[in-house]
Structures are given as C-alpha cells and as structure tokens.
Design a protein around this ligand. Structure first.
Ligand SMILES: Nc1ncnc2c1ncn2[C@@H]1O[C@H](COP(=O)(O)OP(=O)(O)O)[C@@H](O)[C@H]1O
Ligand SMILES: Cc1cn([C@H]2C[C@H](O)[C@@H](COP(=O)(O)O)O2)c(=O)[nH]c1=O
Ligand SMILES: [Zn+2]
Length: 187
C-alpha cells in the first residue's frame, strides 16, 4: 500500500493551517494515528503547538531538520502532517517520498512565495510531487475581496525568512499590490 501527498499552499492568513488541522481531525475521528510536525524556527505560539491565526491549537513536534521526522515514525502511523514547510530544508522532499512508500499519507502546508515574490523551494518541489494541491486565498486587507494571493511586508526589513504575523505582514490581491508598488516608486 502507498500513501498520498497533499500540499496546502497560499499566502499568509489564507487558512492553510486551519485546513491542515481539519485533516488531522478527520483522521483522528476515524481513529487513525496521526503525528504533526513544525519547524523549530517558528516560535510564535509556543514550543509544542501548531496554532491557526484564530487560536485553534494541536500538539506538534518541533524539529530543526526534515530527516528528524523519520525518528518519530512507527508502523502504526497512518498520516503525517507538516506545517510551515517553507522553513524546511530540501530533504523534506525525500522524507515525504519515503513516508508515502511506507503507506503513510502526508499533508504539508506552507507559503508558496515570499514577500519578495520568490518561490520557497521546498514548497515548490513538494507542489510538483503532490497528488492533491489545495491553493488557498486570503481576504485582501486593502480592497476587502477574497482574492489575496500575496503576503506583503509592511516593514521592509528583517530578511526573506522572518517569523511574524500582522505586525509585519498583510495579505493583498494582485491589483492592490501593484497599486502599493506604484506608490512605493513615487515615494
Ligand atoms: N486577511 C485575512 N484573510 C482571511 N483570513 C484572515 C485574514 N486575516 C486574519 N484572518 C484569520 O486567519 C484565519 C486563518 O488562519 P490560518 O489557518 O492560521 O491561516 P494561514 O495558516 O494560511 O496563515 C482565518 O480563519 C481568519 O480568521
Ligand atoms: C511572507 C513571508 C512570511 N514569512 C513568515 C511569517 C510567518 O512566520 C510565516 C508564515 O505563517 P502563516 O502560517 O502562513 O501565516 O512565514 C517569512 O519568513 N518570509 C516571508 O516572505
Ligand atoms: Zn485588493
């Protein structure tokens, strides 16, 4: 038996973690054995927790390197969930392959592009391998339409890897992002 790969992607606030955790619940209701991982760099909500922006939380294992996932895998595990995949090293791709060939379903959630609009490589590679891709949109914080595909950094410092929330990033649609960029050129 082989497992399947599902990747949930989109900008910040688009509901990626909410969707990931709803799949965790579905497996748990079906009395399937699940395990959730997050990168140790993401220290926003405490050490051993994955949380949505609305505060819904589940227990998670914090890891620094993708390969550590394999240390926690037992024969009884039915599904593995990984949040914030954009922060993981590229070896996550091989780890995910190994898991699906063991018959485990793997669900990954994370940003597709940075605020500089560069694709996050680990997400991009997993998207290419996925059996199922769920692309989410957020509400644009400028025009209010449910069309936001970009995470815009309001304080343009701190680098491309920079953990944070609303104090640093907002969700924007393409039209509003292009308007803001035009203003940035004028200023
Ligand atoms: N601009 C926004 N668009 C949509 N939801 C937002 C926005 N800002 C805050 N939220 C809240 O964020 C929740 C989604 O949180 P979460 O699943 O953690 O998203 P993600 O993992 O994609 O950042 C929504 O249910 C909503 O309550
Ligand atoms: C756009 C962007 C985001 N980040 C960081 C900011 C947050 O800590 C996470 C994304 O969290 P979410 O669950 O999707 O809301 O990523 C970053 O480091 N670099 C970026 O360009
Ligand atoms: Zn907009």
């Amino acid at each position: 038996m082989v497992g399947k790969i599902t990747v949930i992607t989109g900008p910040m606030y688009s509901g990626k973690t909410t969707e990931l955790l709803s799949f965790v619940e579905i497996y748990n209701i079906g009395r399937k054995k699940t395990i959730v991982f997050k990168p140790s760099i993401d220290n926003r909500y405490g050490e051993d927790i994955v949380s949505t922006h609305t505060g819904f939380k589940v227990s998670a294992i914090r890891i620094s390197k993708s390969r550590e996932i394999l240390d926690y895998i037992r024969d009884s595990i039915d599904a593995v969930f990984v949040d914030e995949i954009q922060f993981f090293d590229l070896e996550l791709v091989d780890v995910v392959k190994e898991l699906v060939f063991k018959g485990i379903d793997v669900y990954c959630a994370g940003l597709d592009i940075s605020y500089l609009e560069n694709p996050f490589e680990t997400t991009a590679k997993l998207l290419a391998m996925a059996d199922e891709v769920i692309k989410k949109k957020a509400v644009c914080e400028k025009c209010g339409e449910h069309r936001a595909t970009y995470s815009y950094k309001i304080i343009p410092n701190g680098g491309e890897i920079d953990v944070g929330g609303k104090e640093k990033y907002i969700a924007l649609c393409r039209k509003c992002l292009s308007e803001i960029k035009k203003q940035e050129v004028i200023l």
